[in-house]
Design a protein around this ligand. Structure first.
Ligand code: SAM
Length: 190
């Protein structure tokens, strides 16, 4: 049914609906490595320093960040932190600082200001328009040489069966801002 409707659209409209990502070149991934999981990528990210997760839920991945990267400061942000298990994440930080921020990701990212983060992980809204704005705002918050990490690097989300804007926004961001990909990870749902 979806294929039938898409075939009746002009290619540009179908591509836009499917959030087709513009192609990158080899120059955008000169030494990229493939990891078995997103948790494994954490071992390649800066240790200590200032890290942030934008789009936290229960705090499971935040705890993995705390345990593996041992940041001096970990910022946690989500539109609603009611489900966040703050006690567990604090315990895994071993005395380092946890700062929590409840609110829309773009608003919170704009609050941080420049040169704040060694790296940021974005896992909030997955729509193209939000991810595009979030990546730009996160870039502003990064220190020179900092890292951005995304999840669900695809143009189609299989669980809700709907378009996903992350690959398109990430590719446009790399092409526009001169970022390169250092690490990719396998993930059970794409
Ligand atoms: C997939 S869950 C995050 C899971 C978490 N990163 C982990 O791996 O353990 C996405 C989270 O982002 C939050 N979120 C969605 N849209 C958001 C927005 N516009 N601003 C801030 N948080 C948002 C959701 O409420 C949810 O808590």
């Amino acid at each position: 049914m979806l294929a039938y409707h898409l075939q009746s659209l002009p290619k540009a409209a179908a591509d836009e609906y499917l959030e087709v990502a513009p192609p990158l070149t080899a120059a955008h991934m000169p030494e990229a490595r493939l990891y078995p999981s997103r948790e494994a990528i954490l071992h390649a990210l800066p240790k200590s320093g200032v890290a942030g997760e934008v789009g936290t839920w229960h705090g499971d991945f935040a705890r993995r960040i705390a345990e593996t990267c041992r940041p001096e400061i970990l910022h946690i942000s989500a539109i609603d932190l009611a489900a966040f298990n703050e006690r567990e994440v604090r315990a895994s930080l071993g005395g380092a600082e946890l700062r929590t921020h409840q609110g829309d990701s773009l608003t919170e990212l704009h609050r941080f200001g420049p040169d704040n983060f060694d790296w940021l992980y974005a896992d909030g809204d997955h729509s193209y328009s939000d991810v595009k704005k979030n990546l730009e705002a996160a870039n502003f918050d990064l220190r020179p040489g900092g890292f951005l990490m995304c999840i669900d690097y695809t143009n189609w989300a299989c669980a809700p069966a709907e378009p996903c804007g992350i690959a398109r926004a990430a590719h446009e961001f790399c092409l526009g801002r001169g970022f390169v990909n250092t690490s990719f990870a396998l993930h059970g749902t794409g």
